[in-house]
Design a protein around this ligand. Structure first.
Ligand code: ADP
Ligand code: ZN
Ligand code: ZN
Length: 680
């Protein structure tokens, strides 16, 4: 690099200060620039970087030129006049970067919205429903829960309550109580809940004092909300995962609703978990953390029972409903996706003027294209997964990379005509439902349907107001939705996640069934759930059916459901302990990916060797390297190493040291996931 005197800048743009800038790139260092305008920490700037112009964050400012043996370039432009974060916030970003093996620039970019033209937007047009809804009289249990939460200024608690037991109301009161103390609140929910009741209740009760960060805000709108939060105009922030980074002063409470949800974990660097960040923020500023779910993660359940989390129970449904009757139907030998029992149940509800929800955790029309002569299965040419037939598009589609292929009419391998499709997805269920229930008004809710018509909110409103008889879909219909007219929930196929090579597959199947079943009978005593499965004896399916259902003799008694719930967690935790999986250990996952298989496997082997050597003497096992269960995605080969340990800090430090000295070869990318939630 050319050596030039640092102060060589000329004329009107004489530097007034020098700044350390970090960019949204993996490089774990800052870069020095000069500025002709005064700057402060926390502002964004545009800077020349290797022939491009990048936006970056100012993390330090000094008045005189730092000693440098390189040319100090000048910034192109300062984006913000007011800083977006302060020094304390920078410390949080440094923690995120270090914890999750990301650069500081990547971390700040994930934490702070990136809107540019902030001046165009002033505030957000919130649907003005500022009428305070008539407050409910809390039940005895709810009252105690609110008191338990507000009773101490800090600490962690878990609101463990059956579906429909009024957790939301407890959270809202705890939020109001904390605001009344003069402290601020973060309320985290899964994304889908933001289009529903929670957002409405928040806006109704807290009006402009709340910032609701939903995914339909543009980056500029997000930034405008960010500034409102920084100015202290919004003291309650509601949002999905990234809202945990809201720049609130005097934080007094973080609420994490549906704690078990996988969407609290980021899929891109930094691969943070909102629960972990919330714990960090709360312990730094002495705030309370309250999590809640009807189906805690095994980690949270274990923590609750080992005393690390205060457990608060809610055991009764409050809106006039009780737990539903749950029936398990064996699909073996059935033709099509609707067993006679499910078919009759949907018809009976409709005749009685009530609504039904059908849930299936798989998009598309059919599952797999299969040849009965040679066994050929049609796979994605870029990924090691089967293609899914999407009838409306008339194509075979890969759900991992989006690759599409023509639908073959003979076997591409052997030319046989004896080919067909296996399995079914939401699109197929919709077609079948329209055929067998011609008189019903039917709507489908999954990412394909929402992408095509962009009408998530409209469909939910139509359903809520009774213009739809049967709503079918994926996760989208299962999460946090709360409909008055729903008495029947059908789980079309409960086994879809059961056979995945992931130690959490039972826990997830269990939680999904209990949550979906929990949509039935919230407001009436005639709730009914039909669970269709090919594995009626599986522990997760049997356990979930028992846990989600009412006592046959006494429907308002939840004791048998609670006992079944305890049984499931106890046996799940025993298994985890025997295998030394989380929560009895912690995991680090290293995924190596690249176009060239040789390079990928060599890199994985090299790192595995380095890890073995560096971690010797620590209670840690290095598992692998081996192919990832999804061994190819989008043409990239994927190999992984898992490190399992009871000495988290030592392994974290060891890994950091290795990464400081070892770089993957050209064309191989390394992703590091601390406490991974997905292992595919
Ligand atoms: P959860 O989140 O625990 O599944 P919700 O918070 O959605 O349950 O509450 C279920 C229903 O109970 C909602 O319709 C809510 O309005 C109602 N509800 C909550 N608290 C009370 C109460 N104290 N009295 C009457 N109804 C209540
Ligand atoms: Zn064939
Ligand atoms: Zn693919």
């Amino acid at each position: 690099m050319r050596k030039t005197a640092a102060k060589k800048t000329q004329g009107p743009s004489l530097p007034v200060c020098y700044a350390e800038i970090v960019f949204n790139i993996p490089a774990d260092r800052s870069f020095t620039y000069s500025s002709a305008e005064p700057l402060s920490l926390g502002c964004r700037v545009l800077a020349p970087f290797h022939g491009r112009t990048l936006a970056g964050f100012v993390i330090a400012v000094r008045e005189s030129a730092p000693p440098a043996d390189f040319e100090i370039k000048s910034l192109r432009r300062v984006i913000d006049t007011q800083p977006l974060f302060d020094a304390a916030y920078l410390d949080l970003a440094r923690w995120v970067a270090s914890m999750y093996f990301a650069s500081l620039g990547e971390s700040l970019s994930a934490m702070i919205p990136g809107g540019r033209r902030e001046s165009e937007v002033s505030g957000i047009a919130v649907d003005q429903e500022d009428v305070a809804e008539s407050p409910l009289n809390l039940s005895e249990e709810q009252n105690q829960a609110v008191e338990a939460i507000l009773g101490s200024p800090g600490g962690m608690s878990y609101l463990f309550g059956i579906t429909g037991s009024g957790k939301t109301e407890v959270f809202l009161r705890a939020a109001a109580g904390t605001l009344a103390e003069g402290r601020s609140v973060i309320y985290l929910v899964p994304e889908i809940a933001l289009s529903g009741q929670v957002a409405r209740a928040i806006r109704g009760r807290f009006g402009k004092g709340a910032a609701v960060l939903h995914s339909r805000l543009s980056p500029s709108q997000r930034l405008a909300e960010w500034r409102r939060i920084m100015r202290g105009e919004a003291r309650l922030v509601v949002g999905a995962r990234s809202a945990v980074f809201a720049p609130l002063a005097d934080l007094g409470l973080v609420i994490l609703d549906e704690e078990h949800e996988g969407s609290y974990k980021s899929g891109a660097s930094p691969r943070y978990h909102a629960r972990q960040v919330a714990m960090r923020r709360c312990s730094l500023c002495g705030a309370r953390l309250v999590m809640g779910s009807a189906t805690p993660s095994a980690e949270a359940f274990h923590l609750m029972r080992s005393g690390g989390l205060r457990e608060i129970r809610l055991s009764r449904r409050l809106a006039g409903g009780c737990l539903p009757r749950v029936e398990v139907v064996d699909l073996a030998g059935q033709d099509g996706a609707f067993s006679p029992r499910l078919r009759n149940a949907v018809l009976a509800e409709w005749k009685a003027g009530r609504q039904s929800i059908l849930f299936l955790n798989r998009r598309g029309f059919s599952h797999l294209f299969h040849c009965n002569s040679c066994g050929y299965e049609m796979k994605c040419k870029n990924c090691s997964v089967g293609l899914i037939y999407h009838k409306k598009r008339g194509r075979m589609v890969c759900h991992y990379c989006g690759y599409t292929a023509r639908l073959p009419d003979v076997c591409p391998e052997c030319g046989s005509l004896d080919v067909g499709f296996f399995g079914f997805g939401t699109e197929k269920i919709e077609e079948e439902a329209r055929r067998i229930f011609p008189e019903l008004r039917i709507a489908r809710l999954d990412t394909d349907a929402v992408r095509a018509r962009g009408n998530l909110e409209q469909t939910l409103a139509d359903f809520r107001e009774g213009r739809i008889d049967l709503l079918l879909g994926t996760q989208m219909v299962a999460k946090g939705l709360n409909f008055r007219g729903v008495s029947l929930v059908g789980i079309v196929l409960a086994d879809t996640g059961l056979h995945l090579p992931d130690f959490r597959s039972l826990e997830r199947t269990f939680a999904l069934i209990v949550q979906v079943a929990g949509r039935a009978g919230r407001f009436c005593e005639c709730g009914r759930v039909i669970v269709q499965t090919y594995a009626p004896d599986n522990a997760a399916i049997r356990g979930a059916a028992a846990a989600a259902g009412a006592d046959a003799e006494n429907p308002s008694d939840t004791a048998s459901g609670t006992a079944a719930m305890e049984d499931f967690y106890r046996s799940e935790l025993e298994m985890r302990k025997a295998l030394m999986f989380p929560p009895f250990s912690r995991l680090f996952r290293l995924v190596f990916r690249g176009k060239a298989l040789d390079g990928v496997s060599a890199a994985a082997a090299q790192y595995a060797g380095a890890l073995q050597e560096r971690l010797a003497g620590l209670p840690a096992s290095v598992l692998g390297p081996c192919e990832c269960p999804l061994s190819v995605i989008a043409g990239n080969h994927r190999h992984q190493i898992l490190v399992r340990t009871t000495a988290f800090g030592g392994v974290h430090a060891g890994l950091k040291q290795i990464l400081g000295g070892l770089k993957p070869p050209h064309g191989v990318y390394l992703e590091i996931d601390v406490d991974p939630v997905g292992l595919l």
